[in-house]
Design a protein around this ligand. Structure first.
Ligand code: NAP
Length: 334
């Protein structure tokens, strides 16, 4: 991507999109297109068409999506499937109509079967039943992967589907109703410490294993891929089983118990950790095989403890302001 290329970051106020925006700005890109949800409703195909016809981006990072934790996914499956299908369908189709050169679609590791072998290789897609709690979201994301494949086959586009592991970073969502496990733990520990509580209750058994990647590392990997020469980019598009699919992770996981201990130690919460086993665990293990990404010479830079410490330092400040506003502040500082 040339420094003056028109690059559209859809979802630039979100955790992933804001990190991609920061990375692009840090690399000196000065022709970045970004519209907030209020400015451009991506489920509105007419508005989307007008935007692409007017702005004609050359590159698109599709980081806009309706995203949430187990609770939100379990309680609002209709919204998760409808909204995500509409957003990705509109963006990809209008990108093709307007002649976008390359598009990177962000999905999620929940597209893979619940009980597939670990670490999870890209070729395991569509080989078994999905985790029930996030099935609607996962099916929408799988449809996005298939759209990338189909548009590439029929129209000769260069659409790549990148599947990041669980992300965390500046401007994460700490809302108890929608937060993922790591920001939820950070919130609980902070509140327990501030309230002088002697225990924190954590959902599930604590035994599931999870992998986490800092959003800045994810953004670095995505921008690196978008910048590959045509031959190398086309090589990733020819993924296993004909899917233009690549995992984005750090290649290491830990149990929720161990994760909770790290967060407690970083926050300085010294009370007990209790596990509410009446709540669902979700998939027992989710570790991505990142061999394809490593094969491109990329590896993450932010280790988990350092990243958690930075997120914890960010948390009290964020609680005093709007999440999207904080991401904007982080972005404008870079
Ligand atoms: N967070 C993770 O751990 C994680 C892990 C793996 C993959 N991913 C993937 O990364 C992508 C982004 O996730 P995220 O965590 O960055 O989510 P996020 O923080 O919730 O950000 C999503 C962004 O998309 C925007 N958006 C949603 N629906 C929209 C619509 N209909 N029209 C316009 N804008 C809309 C949101 O705007 P509003 O907030 O104003 O609605 C928000 O700025 C998703 O595809 C997700 O699957 C995330």
């Amino acid at each position: 991507m040339e420094s003056d290329a028109r690059i559209y970051v859809a979802g630039h106020r979100g955790l992933a999109g804001s990190a991609i925006l920061r990375r692009l700005k840090a690399l000196g890109h000065r022709n970045i297109l970004a519209r907030s949800h209020a400015e451009l409703e991506l489920t509105d195909q007419h508005a989307e068409r007008k935007f692409f016809e007017r702005e004609k981006p050359a590159y698109v990072f599709l980081a806009a999506a309706k995203v949430g934790g187990i609770l939100a996914n379990n309680d609002h499956p209709a919204e998760f499937i409808q909204s995500n299908l509409a957003v990705q369908t509109n963006v990809m189709h209008e990108a093709w109509r307007s002649g976008v050169e390359r598009l990177l679609f962000l999905g999620s590791s929940c597209i893979y079967p619940r009980d597939c072998p670990q670490p999870i290789k890209e070729e395991y897609l569509l080989t078994g039943p999905l985790e029930f709690t996030s099935r609607a979201y996962a099916v929408a994301k799988i449809a996005g992967v298939e759209m990338c494949r189909s548009y590439n086959r029929q129209y000769g586009t260069r659409y790549l589907a990148a599947m990041p592991t669980s992300l965390y970073g500046p401007g994460d969502n700490y809302d108890p109703a929608g937060a993922h496990v790591l920001p939820a733990l950070i919130r609980k520990m902070h509140e327990a410490k501030a309230g002088g509580l002697d225990r924190v209750v954590i959902w599930g058994t604590g035994s599931p294993r999870r992998e986490f990647l800092h959003s800045d590392d994810m953004a670095d990997a995505c921008v690196m891929m978008m910048n590959l020469p045509d031959g190398a980019f086309d090589g990733i598009l020819r993924g296993p089983n004909d899917f233009p699919l690549i995992n984005v992770g750090c290649g290491e996981d830990q149990t929720i118990i161990d994760l909770a201990r790290v967060v407690a130690s970083v926050v300085g919460f010294r009370g007990a950790l209790e596990f509410d086993t009446s709540k669902p665990d979700g998939t027992p293990r989710k570790l991505l095989d990142v061999g394809r990404l490593r094969g491109l010479g990329w590896s993450p830079r932010v280790d988990l403890r350092t990243g958690i410490a930075a997120a914890c330092a960010d948390y009290p400040a964020r609680e005093n302001g709007d999440a999207a506003q904080r991401r904007q502040e982080m972005t404008s500082k870079t």
